[in-house]
Unconditional design. Sequence first.
Length: 242
Amino acid sequence: MVDTLTRIDYLNFFIALKADDMVALKTKVGFDPSATFHVPDEVYSTWATVGERGSKLQAEWNSLLDSYGKAFPKEHAELTRRISGQLPDGWEKSLPTYKASDPAQASRKLSEIVLTAITPALPDLLGGSADLTGSNLTKVKGTIDFQPENTGLGSYKGSYIRFGVREHGMGAIANGISAYGGIIPFIGTFLNFVSYAAGAVRLAALSKHQVIWVGMCLILYTKMSAVSDCSPASDSRLDRSW
């Protein structure tokens, strides 16, 4: 936690500070005004200590992982595969194939078909929907909800999460899961409601998180825009900038 008091008259967000401005700023905060691109020795020593502590913890973790591999070779192989980001060999063979002459289907239905086909081949998948499971078609038949067993609704062995009406929370959680590694999260909502998760979506893109978004529209854009009693939460006109 960094606690700092900023006065706007010492900062200029739009125009580069001039040389005399830099001297005045450095003098004000107690820096040597003649030094440029200078990092105090105490900063280097502090971060060197952090690096040493991290190296020790990493060595301990690697030793523990090696011991785990000797005791549980099969599980170790699966864990290290996931950590490395590699997909199971031949998983793509489970993908359904289509021809241009095939009858048209809703994209959410096609998504369900693909999820159903690849889930057995990709145990890495973990996901859910923001209170729209029945509409997004994100739950594969036979999967278990990720819930405490004492609720009678699922177990912690489950791979499906019901996020509730929390689009941003859902996106943020998926980003965290992806950043941690070993799991590929997929999440779903109506395309109209993605705006609520805009921050999480942008962070996923900027950070290159492997998050699969299953989005769809409940009603055609043209109809949504023509109906005057649509609430702001459901009006797709707000989302056209996407």
